[in-house]
Design a protein around this ligand. Structure first.
Ligand SMILES: C[S@@+](CC[C@H](N)C(=O)[O-])C[C@H]1O[C@@H](n2cnc3c(N)ncnc32)[C@H](O)[C@@H]1O
Length: 227
């Protein structure tokens, strides 16, 4: 286990307190940039406005990132008062190949994470918390390509989506048909997926994270002649 603390006094205290644990090393440094080995769990214990690249890149396959995302009201100023769940939230991010599942865990107000806050992401976060609906978040995506209407939060270089279908290996795909058949079946597949997207079927993902991403699988099996 690697523990990273910015404050040198606190890092020294942590090193002393944890000296009996031979599997722990304590680094004094910036957790948003300090190098660490690929990790199964990354637990950020300070409020960021965006995931640092090092955290997403540093996750093993199936690895989880526990990420507090806080607005500027997530610590200190809260005038006029906004309930805590409208100020910040912990999200659980899980790596699946090149994709990242995401779900809301709890509200949070927490000490800011230096080096993992930027004004544009903060503005996007504040807007998203104001409109509500954080429990519908299903994915974290990198880049700027996801259309606005799929996003709960959209900031430069990343977003949290509500209903984006997977493009990865878990997405139902039609591969075993000749092209005309494939086109027909894909149409039927899309007809199933579209209502799922419309009605936010992805919200159920947290209950079945190790299961295929889309719960339309039974219907797909039927369509594709399985079962
Ligand atoms: C909420 S406290 C958590 C303290 C401690 N980890 C614990 O669990 O009790 C947040 C801590 O994050 C540290 N911190 C803030 N930004 C950091 C960064 N970029 N890298 C490492 N530590 C950071 C602060 O110095 C502070 O000690």
């Amino acid at each position: 286990m690697t523990a990273i603390e910015l404050d040198s006094e606190l890092a020294t205290r942590a090193r002393i307190n944890l000296s009996a644990s031979s599997n722990v090393r304590v680094i004094c440094g910036n957790g948003a940039t300090a190098p660490f080995d690929i990790a199964d769990v990354i637990y950020v214990n300070a409020g960021a406005t965006r995931p640092a690249d090092a955290w997403l890149d540093g996750l093993s396959e199936g690895g989880r990132l526990i990420l507090p995302l806080t607005t500027n009201r997530g610590f200190g100023r809260n005038d006029p008062p906004v309930p805590i769940d409208g100020r910040g939230a912990v999200f659980r991010i899980e790596r699946r190949s090149s994709e990242f599942l995401a779900r809301w865990v709890s509200p949070v107000a927490i000490f800011p994470c230096e080096g993992a806050r930027d004004p544009l992401s903060e503005e996007a976060l504040a807007g998203a918390f104001e409109k509500g609906g954080w429990q519908q978040v299903t994915r974290l995506c990198r880049g700027n390509d996801v259309p606005e209407d799929h996003c709960w939060l959209r900031a430069p270089g990343w977003c949290l989506t509500r209903d984006l279908p997977s493009s990865g290996p878990n997405r139902p795909a039609v591969r075993m048909h000749t092209p005309p058949e494939a086109a027909a079946v894909q149409k039927q597949v899309d007809a199933i997926i579209s209502p799922c997207v419309e009605f936010g079927l992805g919200h159920r993902l947290p209950e079945a994270e190790s299961a295929p991403l889309w719960q339309a699988d039974d219907e797909l099996d039927e369509l594709l002649g399985g079962k």
